[in-house]
Design a protein around this ligand. Structure first.
Ligand code: FMN
Length: 171
């Protein structure tokens, strides 16, 4: 893995997250969990740097086991994989770490950093520092049809904004 700066990143966040998906992983060698996500954003906000604080946004439903790990940790990672890993990401997004060691089953190799975990097989890893967390609220939906289509049981996602503090790419 090679460390690069966010400025060196060249990607399309729309297709990267929506089509290629990502793993959200939190925890360390003492215990971690991961899940697949296809909703999220990459951009900037709050102007710590001249171009704004480089940030990711992701959305996690309350029932995800991974959420407990994200909530108790300062850092979490977003990892992206080559196309041939789609089946594995599908598995990791349809089985819970509560029930099995799904990472071992998918033969992914965890790499432990200082307070975070990523995967050796990932082509891109973003290490994020949690800076904002809040649930989406029903009153916030201008388009109320989304509540009906996505939140029939009112299990609104928590939104996490994370400062991107490290970027690793596979060499
Ligand atoms: C393609 C795909 C995208 C997903 N995107 C999200 C997402 O953005 N947010 C979310 O909360 N769950 C999402 N999920 C569902 C979780 O990945 C899934 O519930 C997972 O099994 C949770 O694992 P855990 O209980 O070990 O945390 C997605 C699943 C798939 C297959």
């Amino acid at each position: 893995m090679k460390k690069i700066s966010v400025e060196e990143l060249s990607l399309n966040p729309m297709t990267l997250i929506a089509n290629e998906w990502m793993l959200i992983t939190a925890g360390d060698e003492k215990g971690y969990n991961t899940m697949t996500a296809s909703w999220g954003h990459l951009g900037s906000i709050w102007g710590k740097h001249s171009f704004g604080m480089p940030t990711s946004v992701c959305y996690v439903r309350p029932q995800r086991y991974t959420k407990q790990f994200i909530d108790r940790e300062t850092l979490y990672t977003l990892t992206f994989f080559p196309k041939e890993f789609h089946d594995k990401l599908m598995y990791l997004g349809s089985h819970s770490g509560r029930d099995e060691d799904k990472v071992a089953k998918m033969e992914l190799t965890p790499v432990f950093g200082d307070g975070y975990t990523y995967f050796e097989e990932a082509s891109l890893t973003l290490v994020c520092r949690k800076v904002y967390q809040a649930p989406l609220i029903e009153e916030g939906f201008v388009d109320k049809s989304i509540v009906e289509s996505h939140y029939k049981t009112k299990d609104f996602h928590d939104m996490y904004i994370g400062e991107i503090v490290e970027v690793f790419v596979k060499e």
